[in-house]
Design a protein around this ligand. Structure first.
Ligand code: SF4
Length: 445
């Protein structure tokens, strides 16, 4: 082959086949019809491709099948993803084989917390398996209509602590700022199910209310920390979000702003170059990202989290424990490991709040303690989140941890390590553990 030809071949842009070479969706393998969860290595982020996102193999197969006239550019456009969300029964039926339970539940739904799933997130779901974990979190079933004792519309009593519309001031130095009622996808176990996805309903979110909240914050110099939530703040356009962050940063006593979001997971394409450039202007800015399952750790999510981390935004995760979905160490451990690989610190593991119709999602507190027990000492400390119950009625987050204090023997505190072995720690003058009577054998070890 002559040099010219060789050069010509080298300089040729990569073929469509090369450019779109499938990338395996990490974290899952189909085996005998069952999904096996594995620890995942993140794909290298698509640095050289500028604004383009990688598209996972299953996702690509999905969109070619269900959106054949859609270009990759459209698919990777977050506004297209939002516009094209699956929201109605016919739209669900076009993609999913619905069970009669799902069909009836969706057909009978009215009010807030509608069905809404981005095409991208749909591509990760089991289309013919109603028990698939991500699908269960987003398509309602009849269980959602069952209200059990102790379940409330507003279990955390946020409405009680609302000082102006959309601003919850419970703790002295920090506030919760509910910016919008819109989410890119609607989780069936949402703590704020009473107020999301219901424009024109009881709760109103608009710039006029933002301005009232900002005026309150300007007057309250004890507030140093603002958590933006909703709804999902990253569904707001760049200009409006820039305005809000700019106004907050201009208040001298506000030291710290956090954004709580699920967007980088369910609509990763929203994390555009323009968005991160705008966010960078408002440091110190932190972000808590809502993850549920290792299936979410796709090449797209590797890209969205990389862009945010590269913009200097510290990333933490929050995960709600859900019965039969993620309430075992076998699911949570690879999720925590995959998050660390993507520079997301596992932060909170939440016991599911007792919202109305959540009984089928709520697992036992013991299941959460067992997960922490399986993580603590068995893997990197950074991979162990805090397991908390948000106390119903507005009591705030209460840390739950396995009990590592076995008892006391005189001046020695008897403590148990991750392997169950008991050790002595000299702790003279304390009474900690004295109310426990350790087994004689354990005390002697
Ligand atoms: S993204 Fe967050 S606010 Fe929106 S439905 Fe899910 S849990 Fe609720």
């Amino acid at each position: 082959m002559n040099l010219q030809l060789l050069r010509g071949r080298d300089l040729r842009p990569p073929s469509r086949r090369d450019r779109t070479r499938p990338v395996a969706v990490p974290g899952t393998q189909e085996q005998n019809g069952k999904t096996k969860v594995e620890a995942t290595q993140p794909e290298a982020p698509a640095r050289k491709t500028g604004l383009r996102f990688p598209v996972g193999t299953e996702t690509k197969a999905f969109y070619r099948r269900f959106y054949p006239d859609t270009t990759t550019a459209e698919w990777n456009d977050w506004r297209w993803q939002l516009r094209t969300r699956i929201r109605t029964l016919p739209e669900l039926e076009r993609v999913f084989e619905l069970s009669s339970d799902e069909r009836q539940a969706v057909g009978g739904h009215t009010g807030p917390l509608p069905v809404g799933i981005t095409p991208y997130y749909t591509s990760l779901m089991g289309l013919s398996d109603a028990t698939e974990p991500l699908r269960r979190t987003h398509i309602m079933t009849g269980d959602e209509y069952i209200r059990l004792p102790g379940e409330e519309d507003d279990p955390l009593g946020e409405d009680h602590d609302t000082v102006v519309p959309g601003l919850v001031h419970r703790y002295p130095d920090r506030v919760l700022f509910l910016t919008t009622g819109t989410c890119s996808t609607y989780c069936r176990y949402c703590t704020r199910s009473r107020l999301v996805g219901n424009p024109g309903g009881e709760y109103q979110f608009n710039v006029r209310n933002w301005d009232k909240a900002l005026a309150y914050l300007e007057e309250h110099s004890e507030v140093r920390d603002v958590l933006l939530s909703g709804g999902d703040p990253l569904t707001i356009g760049d200009d409006k979000l820039d305005y809000l962050l700019g106004r907050l940063r201009a208040i001298k006593h506000i030291e710290f702003v956090r954004i709580g979001t699920k967007v980088p997971v369910v609509l990763p394409q929203r994390v555009t170059k323009d968005l991160v450039k705008m966010l960078k202007k408002h440091h110190p800015l932190w972000m808590s990202i809502h993850f549920t399952h290792p299936k979410e750790l796709t090449p797209e999510v590797t890209e969205s989290t990389s862009r945010l981390a590269d913009a200097g935004i510290p990333l933490g995760s929050q995960t709600v424990l859900l019965k039969g979905i993620n309430d075992t160490p076998a699911v949570i451990t690879p999720l925590m490991h995959g998050l660390l690989q993507r520079r997301v610190k596992p932060y909170y593991l939440y016991q599911c709040d007792p919202i109305k119709g959540s009984g089928h999602f709520r697992t036992s507190v013991q299941a959460g303690l067992d997960i922490i027990q399986a993580l603590r000492g068995h893997t990197t400390g950074y991979a162990t989140p805090m397991f908390v119950i948000d106390a119903p009625g507005g009591g705030g987050k209460i840390l739950m941890a396995p009990d590592f204090v076995v008892g006391r023997d005189g001046d020695d505190l008897l403590i148990r390590n991750f392997e169950g072995k008991v050790y002595r720690y000299p702790d003279p003058g304390s009474t900690l553990g004295s109310d426990k009577s350790p087994p004689v054998q354990a005390a002697a070890e």
